[in-house]
Each structure stands twice: as structure tokens, then as C-alpha cells.
Design a protein around this ligand. Structure first.
Ligand code: BTN
Length: 315
């Protein structure tokens, strides 16, 4: 249905029904459902329906073909679903495996954000995916994994000509403070054994009006940052190649080798902040991150190490 609606011309309910072999009532219900889940459908009476003309479905074959280097990613390990609850949740339900698994989905019915927030993931509105990876012997700076994933997102997008992106600790990718992408990492580990991580990335590419209305923060998408149309499959490949490359370097070298990159992209550097740490609020000036990716907060003569927290306000 989405593919049919993305043609340049309007499609009448009748032609959609004939093409898909269903009744016009079924088409009407589908249209209402698509609108409800955040797809911007233009309807013109007498002509029919359409969505943005450049809508492109994700394809595992295209994503694999465009990988800069397949690295540790097998062709068969990339899957694309039309709909799942959450790509992170699906991979977390699988038994831990040494082989990387990658799952993209056009739509997530229960996309998960950090701090149990909902992640709005309308069909075609972004690249929503997760990668599972087994870290055999996590380094002492393993807690900085999310920061490295953030760096990998910026680096992958730079290769597509998207510049000016920054990282807001711990791992929001922002443009002038507006959120472009979020990262959610879920772990399963054994005492002194390997660590199984599911790394979820949500990158906004074409958020329609109805999806934007559901999000209560300043957001931005790729269509606003690139002057040419970027294929979602190409964006997906760029993210995946960069992620694989950065994770391998992180596994071998730890976070130390990424500190310089973090400094370059640090959105919070030298800003006065209010951070929610559990039920405590910490205030101070951000002075970058340390060797394990903790935020350094200057409070008068002291520098406090913040291991986890949520930025509530830039003072
Ligand atoms: C955040 O709150 O900033 C993290 C958002 C992470 C969203 C991605 S979309 C793909 C993966 N599946 C999920 O349910 N969440 C992550």
C-alpha cells in the first residue's frame, strides 16, 4: 500500500482496491490506520491519495550491496521487517549468539527510547534498526560503548555529506540542539564472561507532520539537512558500515582512541548544565568526558564524574 501511494500521481480508492484485491472499505480503513500511525497521506477528493513521492522501502539486498566494507556482517544476518514491536526487543528475545544479527524495520509499534520513553517510529519516517554483537572480553572502558556508537553515526553520515552534527552526552545525535538520532543499548552479560549487546539506533529521515506532533522535543530529520534526496537504503548502509568499523576499533583499542573525536563533536562542552541523576539534581559546567565515557562536571573547585544521568536543562 505504501509503495503504491508513493507514486507521483494520486491513486483512487478504487484503483488501490483493484490492485491489492481488497474492498474499498478495506482500503479506507488502511488509509485511516496509516494516518494514525504517523504517515502523512494527502487526499484530494475526486483524485485519491498519495504520500511523498520519494518514499523508498528498505531492502536487505540493497543495504548489503552498499556497505562500504562488509567487515563482520554476513549477507544473511541482515533482515528487514515491515513491522515489529521494537527491533531491540526482537533481538533481545533471541538466544545470545556469537554471530552479529542486524534487524531493520519499516515501522515499530512499541519503539523504545532511553528512560522507558516511547520512540516514535512511523513507517518510512526513519531508519530504525538494531545490531546484536558479542563482546568476548569487554575492555575497562566498555561503559563508553554508547558514546562510540554516537561517533559512528556522525562519521557514517559525514560520508554522505551531512555535516554540523554533534553529540549530546550520553548519546543523542543533534544538529544545533535538535535531535536527529537516538541510541539505546541493552546488555546481557555473564560474570567475567562475554557480554552480549543489542545496539539500537533510531535516525529520523523524513518525519511527517503527524509524527512530529507526537514528539515533545525539538527534532530534525535527514531531509532537512541534505539538499539532495538521500536514499534510505544508502543511509542504512552508511550507518551499518560505520557502526561495524567503529565497534571493531572500540573492541581492540577501548574508548581512549575515541576521546579526541568526542571532544570535536561535544555539544555540551563548556555549557552550564542541570542533570538528573536518579532523584538527585547536579548542576555545573560540562568539561568533556573521561576515559570511561563519564561526563565531567565542574562544580566550583571540584570536578564530579557523572556515570549516568539525564540532561534536564542547559542553565
Ligand atoms: C533515545 O531515547 O534516544 C533512544 C532511542 C532509540 C531508538 C531505536 S529505534 C531502533 C531500536 N529499537 C527500539 O525500540 N529502540 C531503538
Amino acid at each position: 500500500m505504501l509503495e503504491l501511494l508513493s507514486s507521483k500521481e494520486y491513486r483512487s480508492g478504487e484503483s488501490l482496491a483493484a490492485k491489492l484485491g481488497v474492498s474499498r472499505v478495506a482500503i479506507w480503513r488502511q488509509i485511516e490506520h496509516l494516518k494514525k500511525i504517523g504517515v502523512d497521506i494527502i487526499s484530494v477528493s475526486g483524485q485519491g491519495y498519495k504520500i511523498q513521492a520519494d518514499f523508498e522501502m528498505l531492502s536487505a539486498v540493497k543495504i548489503y550491496k552498499n556497505l562500504a566494507s562488509a567487515g563482520g556482517i554476513n549477507k544473511s544476518s541482515i533482515r528487514v521487517s515491515k513491522v515489529v514491536d521494537s527491533t531491540n526487543a526482537v533481538l533481545m528475545r533471541l538466544p545470545p549468539s556469537r554471530e552479529q544479527q542486524v534487524l531493520f524495520s519499516e515501522f515499530q509499534t512499541a519503539g523504545k527510547g532511553r528512560r522507558d520513553d516511547e520512540w516514535i517510529s512511523p513507517p518510512g519516517g526513519g531508519v530504525w534498526f538494531s545490531l546484536s554483537r558479542c563482546f568476548d572480553s569487554p575492555t575497562s572502558s566498555f561503559s563508553a560503548l554508547g558514546l562510540v556508537v554516537g561517533i559512528s553515526v556522525i562519521s557514517g553520515l559525514q560520508k554522505l555529506g551531512i555535516n554540523g552534527l554533534q553529540l549530546k552526552w550520553p548519546n543523542d545525535v543533534v544538529f544545533e540542539g535538535a535531535k536527529l538520532a537516538g541510541i539505546l543499548i541493552e546488555l546481557r552479560s555473564e560474570v567475567s564472561g562475554p557480554c552480549f549487546a543489542v545496539i539500537g539506533i533510531g535516525l529520523n529521515t523524513n518525519l511527517g507532520l503527524s509524527a512530529r506532533r507526537k514528539i515533545d522535543k525539538k527534532v530534525i530529520d535527514i531531509s532537512q539537512l541534505s539538499d539532495k534526496h538521500l536514499s534510505r537504503n544508502l543511509v542504512a548502509s552508511a550507518l551499518l558500515s560505520s557502526l561495524d568499523e567503529h565497534l571493531s576499533a572500540f573492541e581492540n583499542l577501548g574508548f581512549q582512541s575515541f576521546r579526541e573525536s568526542w571532544r570535536r563533536f561535544d555539544f555540551l562542552l563548556d555549557k552550564e548544565l542541570k542533570i538528573l541523576c536518579g532523584s538527585r539534581v547536579e548542576t555545573g559546567r560540562a568539561e568533556g568526558v573521561d576515559d570511561i565515557g563519564a561526563l565531567l562536571l565542574r562544580q566550583g573547585g571540584e570536578v564530579k564524574q557523572i556515570l549516568s544521568g539525564h540532561i534536564i536543562e542547559l542553565v
